[in-house]
Write a protein that binds this ligand. Structure first.
Ligand code: ADP
Ligand code: MG
Length: 391
């Protein structure tokens, strides 16, 4: 069918034509957002899941919903080598400038701006000294201890938002890349805000290990956050994710074609988008048939290998590659660390640092003690089908 009208959207963070199977998560977010506008406490949420399941897309949906309902929002993708404070600074500055336009909030926004200036100075963030045109407030957010200063800053922002009759929502993607120090300070800040009944909300997204990382940073994180599980779509939702967009374009897809796509993708959103995209392009008439869905396999896998899987593998050192290849040769995960060690003729202990390094790169995680799994769905299949070139 006409590639110009192809509705599918394979790609990191690409808005899908149909956001299937996430109604409960969206509904919970809506309630939290509306409660925050009333200064009622609501729990922050951390979307956890493997790569390509739709966490970024969910954060984007929550961002729009929050803005539509009167929140000011700040979106951050946690970088691997920049501090959280540095990332927050210009965004908070922007939020405070907007809040300062509301007559009722002028004084509070000014207070918060001074706290921000102190914060910027004490942590020597360059941006602050130049751009924030207020005097720093001595004794606020300037101790140099992030776990003290970030909460003070957040409280000031919350007070300014409350005075303006607004709320502030902070959204952070790829939370697993935050340093332990930054994550701990963020958790303390959100805890403080919660206790103070201020209209500040947080939505995060990250790999499954974020739950453990948060718990290690602050033991009460478990009670502070909801951790909605974002996973593969159940069969009915996966099929809807393909059928709806096709129908909306005035075309059709056969049931056995849908079943084929569901079985091959196992309902993983990124794979669904790619498979749908290629099947559409291959259809000769106005209907996607089983044959089209089958023909699409070769090109879909090629596109996924080059666009989705390979970028992850390329980031590993030769030693790390050896480790993940040993995992893949063991079949489907999760894998026992000791089995991987046996396969490599080493001890689990001696492999510990290598394993930790691959975890910090976000390629693998430990779903339970002694176990290890890929953070990318079906990554073992990818490695096995490309053994000749990768191994
Ligand atoms: N609920 C959904 N239904 C259908 N497709 C989805 C859904 N969520 C995400 N997608 C698609 O999956 C792909 C990956 O989404 P993304 O948000 O980047 O995943 P993640 O951030 O978890 O890696 C995108 O192409 C997106 O359009
Ligand atoms: Mg993402």
């Amino acid at each position: 069918m006409d590639p110009v009208r192809n509705p599918f959207a394979p790609g990191a963070g690409s808005q899908p034509p149909e956001l299937a199977g996430r109604q409960t998560i969206i509904e919970d977010a809506r309630v939290a957002i509306e409660r925050a506008m009333l200064c009622k406490p609501s729990r922050s949420q951390m979307f956890l899941g493997l790569r390509g399941v739709g966490k970024t897309v969910l954060l984007n949906a929550v961002d729009s919903m929050a803005r539509e309902r009167g929140h000011l929002t700040s979106v951050i993708e946690a970088p691997e080598n920049k501090s959280l404070g540095e990332q927050l600074l210009p965004r908070i500055h922007q939020v405070l400038r907007k809040l300062s336009l509301a007559d009722n909030a002028k004084a509070k926004a000014y207070d918060a701006m001074r706290a921000l200036r102190s914060f910027a100075s004490v942590f020597k963030f360059e941006y602050g000294d130049v751009a924030i045109a207020v005097e720093p407030e001595v004794g606020v957010a300037d101790s140099g201890d992030l776990e003290n200063d970030l909460p003070e800053l957040f409280v000031r922002i919350g007070e300014a938002a409350k005075a303006a009759g607004k709320a502030w929502t902070l959204l952070i993607d790829e939370v697993q890349y935050l340093s332990q120090k930054d994550l701990a300070a963020l958790i303390v800040a959100l805890h403080k805000i919660n206790q103070a009944g201020l209209p500040v909300l947080f939505f995060g997204a990250g790999l499954p290990q974020v739950a453990a990382l948060s718990g290690e940073a602050k033991s009460y994180a478990e009670r502070l956050f909801h951790y909605p599980d974002v996973g593969a779509l159940p069969e009915a939702d996966a099929k809807a994710a393909i059928r709806q967009p096709v129908n909306e374009e005035g075309a059709a897809i056969d049931d056995d074609a849908l079943t084929e796509i569901y079985q091959k993708t196992r309902g993983y959103p990124y794979f669904l988008q790619e498979w749908g995209h290629q099947s559409w392009n291959l259809a000769a008439g106005n209907t996607i048939t089983l044959d089209n869905a089958k023909q699409a396999e070769a090109i879909t896998l090629k596109r996924l290998d080059e666009g989705f899987f390979k970028v992850r593998f390329d980031r590993l050192t030769p030693k790390e590659r050896e480790y993940v290849l040993a995992m893949a040769r063991l079949g489907n995960g999760p894998y026992r660390s000791s089995d991987i060690a046996d396969a490599l003729g080493e001890t689990a202990q001696s492999l510990g640092p290598r394993r930790a390094q691959i975890i910090s790169k976000g390629m693998i995680y430990s779903p339970s003690h002694g176990d290890i799994a890929f953070t990318v769905p079906m990554f073992n299949d990818y490695l096995i089908r490309n053994l000749a070139t990768l191994g």
